[in-house]
Design a binder for this molecule. Structure first.
Ligand SMILES: NC(=O)c1ccc[n+]([C@@H]2O[C@H](COP(=O)([O-])OP(=O)(O)OC[C@H]3O[C@@H](n4cnc5c(N)ncnc54)[C@H](OP(=O)(O)O)[C@@H]3O)[C@@H](O)[C@H]2O)c1
Length: 331
């Protein structure tokens, strides 16, 4: 059936300015790391994109290596885009990245100019796009000079392949240096994509201040710690969950008694605030002023609906609640 986007798609989603750029991002963005590969149900992925856009999620995040197999999330997204979203291109922020292993040989990973420019060309082809909105360097490269990597990002923008650039997984010092080089090149770094959630607060230890100083946006990935910070694993490991499916990223043995005890207590706290744990975990990340958008993953449309609904239900955390959260995490 032909997809026509909901007329109410901009009625409730708040948008936040990304650093000091002209670009605004929805508070919730959707990533296609899991559940859009060739191993996944195409129609489910397509339904999730439709529902997300209907709820005001205008930002879809990809990478060259998302799948499995690597590249297939971009190819499937390209097909969904051509079936459903072509006429909405100017309402969408589509990002992709390069940095991790993509093809054999010395030019298929990390941060050389050769790799990054070849990779963006492959990504555009797979997605059937003329340009992406944001192109990221996906992880720092210990060997390639940062000037070369940032120079490639600058070229990718100047050649029309991307409108903005970002970095991901860069530590505080690397971020400062990358921002300086890009500023001097005249292509400011729009955004840092960093891991951040109740269990992993590393950005509070220096990176946040640099992002504020540089007036760079911040989109946080795995805000639910891959599903740990939800009611998914309170009592068991469901077969259809990320851990239950046995993939390499969230392993069953990570869900030990200590973690489960913390999740159970956090869940009780969330319920006492009239929220689910997933909703509380997301609004907690967004309550850090440096965070522009929470980049969630999903395996079902109902999960996206729950998270978006959580923005409406949100009330600021009291200092007692924040202390209680810290006590649970620190146990
Ligand atoms: N830059 C980087 O290096 C990097 C690294 C990782 C991720 N990312 C980006 O960040 C995106 C999100 O990462 P992530 O998937 O780890 O994010 P996440 O939001 O922490 O975890 C998503 C998973 O949580 C579960 N979930 C989501 N909503 C739920 C709800 N309401 N109730 C119960 N369970 C729920 C689902 O797992 P089930 O499958 O168990 O249902 C879902 O797949 C990726 O798609 C990617 O775009 C970037």
């Amino acid at each position: 059936m032909t997809y026509i986007a909901s007329d109410t798609r901009y009625d409730s989603m708040p948008f936040d300015r990304c650093g000091n750029s002209g670009l605004k991002l929805p508070l919730i963005s959707l990533g296609l790391w899991h559940n859009w590969g060739n191993v996944d149900d195409y129609n489910n992925g397509k339904a999730m994109l439709r529902r997300a856009f209907d709820l005001g999620i205008t930002h879809f995040d990809l990478a060259n290596n998302y799948g499995p197999p690597a590249g297939s999330a971009e190819s499937n997204f390209g097909r969904m885009f051509s079936e459903d979203f072509k006429s909405y291109r100017d309402e969408l922020i589509i990002s992709t990245k390069a940095g991790w292993d993509m093809w054999p040989g010395p030019y298929g990973n990390f941060g050389s100019r050769k790799y990054l420019i070849s990779s963006i060309d492959q990504s555009l082809k797979r997605m059937g796009l003329d340009y992406v909105d944001v192109f990221y360097h996906h992880r720092p490269d210990p060997d390639t000079p940062l000037e070369e990597t940032m120079g490639a990002l600058d070229y990718i923008v100047r050649s029309g392949r991307a409108l903005y650039v970002g970095i991901s997984q860069y530590n505080t010092a690397q971020t400062k240096e990358a921002a300086r080089i890009l500023r001097e090149l005249g292509t400011p770094c729009l955004i840092h994509q960093a891991r951040y959630n109740l269990f992993d607060r590393w950005i509070e230890d220096g990176l946040s201040s640099v992002l504020e100083e540089e007036r760079m946006g911040c989109i946080v990935f795995s805000p639910l710690d891959q599903g740990l910070l939800t009611d998914r694993y309170l009592t068991s490991i469901p077969d259809d969950s990320r851990a239950g499916k046995g993939g390499p990223f969230l392993k069953v043995d990570q869900i030990n008694d200590e973690i489960r005890s913390k999740i159970v207590q956090l869940n009780q706290l969330a319920l006492s605030r009239g929220q689910t744990l997933a909703q509380m975990s997301i609004v907690w990340t967004l309550s850090n002023p440096v965070v522009t958008s929470a980049l969630i993953g999903a395996s079902k449309t109902s999960q996206i609906e729950e998270i978006v609904k959580g923005l409406e239900l949100h009330k600021p955390f009291t200092s007692d609640e924040l202390k209680a959260i810290d006590n649970i995490i620190g146990q």
